[in-house]
Design a protein. Structure first.
Length: 74
C-alpha cells in the first residue's frame, strides 16, 4: 500500500526543504558565524527533479537574506 507517485511527490516537496534546514542549521552552528555572512546557497537533490523552489524554501526556512545567491543542482 505504498503511496501513489503524486502523493509521494507532495511529501517530497514539503519534507526535502525541512531536511535541508536541519543539515544547514547544524553546519551553520559548527561554522560559528552569523547567518548574515552567508552570500550563497547551493542546494542539491536527487529526489524530485521537478521540485522547483526548494532552494528558495530553504532560504526562507533558515531566515537568510533574500539577496543570497541560490544555485539549485539536480
Amino acid at each position: 500500500m505504498a503511496p501513489s507517485l503524486d502523493a509521494s511527490q507532495d511529501m517530497v516537496v514539503v519534507e526535502i526543504p525541512k531536511l535541508g534546514k536541519e543539515a544547514a542549521a547544524k553546519a551553520i552552528k559548527e561554522w560559528s558565524q552569523p547567518k548574515s555572512k552567508i552570500t550563497h546557497l547551493i542546494f542539491c537533490t536527487t529526489s524530485a527533479v521537478d521540485m522547483l523552489g526548494a532552494d528558495y524554501q530553504l532560504t526562507k526556512l533558515l531566515g537568510l537574506c533574500p539577496s543570497v545567491k541560490r544555485l539549485m543542482m539536480y
